[in-house]
Design a protein around this ligand. Structure first.
Ligand SMILES: Nc1ncnc2c1ncn2[C@@H]1O[C@H](COP(=O)(O)OP(=O)(O)OP(=O)(O)O)[C@@H](O)[C@H]1O
Ligand SMILES: [Mg+2]
Length: 418
């Protein structure tokens, strides 16, 4: 391994100790590392007597700055050569007493990070040449420390960048989802406002037309003209119904919420529809459904529209299923319901069928007012937008799942009365 490839500060210290002894022919080498406070030195790597078992230091010495030869070098940042340790009062003998010693500081960014120390059993073993060698080693080690610090900094920067990139991606997708929701809400709101104003005006006109037609009807003596008047009245009444639907979609109809039992409404409605042709309608009703606050007429008309839609989409050998369920959803729940409703008790009404299903790319449009796939005159495309408006006005949500060729399922979830 060469200096460039050394991956950590610890490896660097061991590399220096090993090479000072191995390649540079010193008898031993001990590296001391300074603490962050610049008060003590601790032996961290050694080659020779101090390290008989590879990379581990037996009883690493801790020397305060200013003490002994190493401590003095750390404090003064000046190299020291001692020719005869027997005459030096600064000598702190380690495992093996020696006669001469050389010690150079390891300086990095103006701070002492440690010292490189070598001892010799003979006196006067170190001179200018050794000093130059160790000073060069210290300078190289200092340069390597700088590289390591830079590598660490760029690794950290890279990690920070990854974290902020992840956060940004997450925030962007949350924001996009919120924007889409807001846009959808605004879009429907503005269509609703426009439709509401228009329907209101038009309704007034139709009332005048119908009123006058009734007067004409009463005054008409000629049976031929009575037929024309009746036809005009039927058309005006159809128009009035359409306007009522538009007002309902625009949420201009005043709802009268009362406590209702969905099972009761469904059973009654299905009893009156028993004469209906196939497909078969199956009821799966909750044993004891919680009551909800909703407008009776609005629920009936929502149910009728859902059943009619299912009916139109399902072949006569298919099946329509109406189900009620009590649901409790808690803070820890995830999923589509948790995303749109606060935790609490809910009653879910499902109308599902085994019909043609809805193409995936059409799903986002089916709640749009006037969206219909039915032939002209067969549907106004207001049914589902009224269902959605009414459910939302009642504090609930509508969700739909559909698989082309397999069928569709509409779920209306209403808050239960506490
Ligand atoms: N159960 C279903 N299966 C397949 N497609 C459906 C189903 N329910 C709704 N759709 C699709 O959604 C469209 C919109 O439905 P919606 O009830 O709003 O209007 P409509 O039924 O076309 O007209 P209207 O209800 O005003 O008579 C339908 O035309 C149909 O394409
Ligand atoms: Mg419909």
């Amino acid at each position: 391994m060469d200096l460039i490839q050394i991956p950590s500060v610890e490896d660097l210290f061991w590399y220096v100790a090993q090479n000072v002894v191995g390649r540079l022919n010193f008898v031993d080498c001990v590296i001391y590392q300074a603490d962050d406070d610049q008060t003590t030195l601790t032996q961290v790597a050694a080659w020779g007597e101090k390290n008989p078992f590879g990379r581990s230091i037996i009883n690493p010495l801790v020397i305060p700055f200013g003490h002994g030869i190493t401590g003095k070098v750390a404090q003064t940042r000046k190299a020291i050569i001692v020719d005869d340790l027997l005459e030096s009062q600064n000598y702190i003998p380690d495992t093996q007493p020696a006669r001469s010693e050389i010690c150079v500081p390891l300086v990095f960014r103006g701070r002492v990070v440690g010292v490189i120390d070598s001892e010799h059993p003979e006196p006067s073993a170190f001179g200018e040449a050794e000093l130059e060698i160790l000073t060069t080693v210290a300078a190289l080690a200092g340069a390597k420390l700088e590289l390591l610090a830079e590598a660490q900094r760029s690794q950290q920067r890279y990690r920070d960048l990854l974290v902020s990139h992840d956060r940004l991606t997450e925030e962007t997708s949350i924001r996009k989802a919120l924007e889409a929701k807001l846009f959808e809400a605004r879009r429907l709101e503005s269509i609703g406002k426009l439709t509401g104003r228009f329907a209101h005006e038009f309704n007034n006109l139709l009332t005048v037309i119908l009123g006058n037609l009734e007067l004409v009807e009463a005054a008409a003596t000629d049976p031929g003209s009575a037929e024309f008047v009746a036809e005009a009245k039927t058309a005006a009444e159809r128009g009035a119904r359409l306007m009522r639907d538009m007002l309902a979609f625009a949420q201009r109809t005043r709802l009268e919420p009362v406590a209702v039992d969905l099972n009761e409404i469904i059973t009654k409605l299905c009893d009156t529809r028993t004469a209906d042709p196939a497909p078969k309608v199956e009821l799966i009703l909750a044993d004891d459904p919680w009551r909800i606050m909703a407008d009776r007429k609005a629920i009936v008309s929502a149910l009728l529209n859902l059943i009619e839609n299912a009916h139109d989409a399902t072949p006569s050998d298919g099946k329509i299923m109406i189900r009620t369920e009590n649901l409790t959803h808690t803070l820890s729940d995830t999923g589509p319901l948790a995303a749109s409703l606060p935790p609490g008790r809910y009653v879910r009404l499902t109308v599902a069928d085994t019909g043609v299903g809805i193409p995936h790319d059409r799903l986002p449009q089916i709640f749009d007012p006037f969206y219909t796939s039915k032939p002209v005159g067969a549907g106004t495309g207001l049914g589902l937008s009224i269902v959605q408006g009414f459910t939302q006005q009642s504090g609930g949500t509508v969700t739909v799942t559909s698989e082309p060729g397999c069928g569709s399922s509409f779920q209306l979830t209403f808050p239960a009365i506490p």
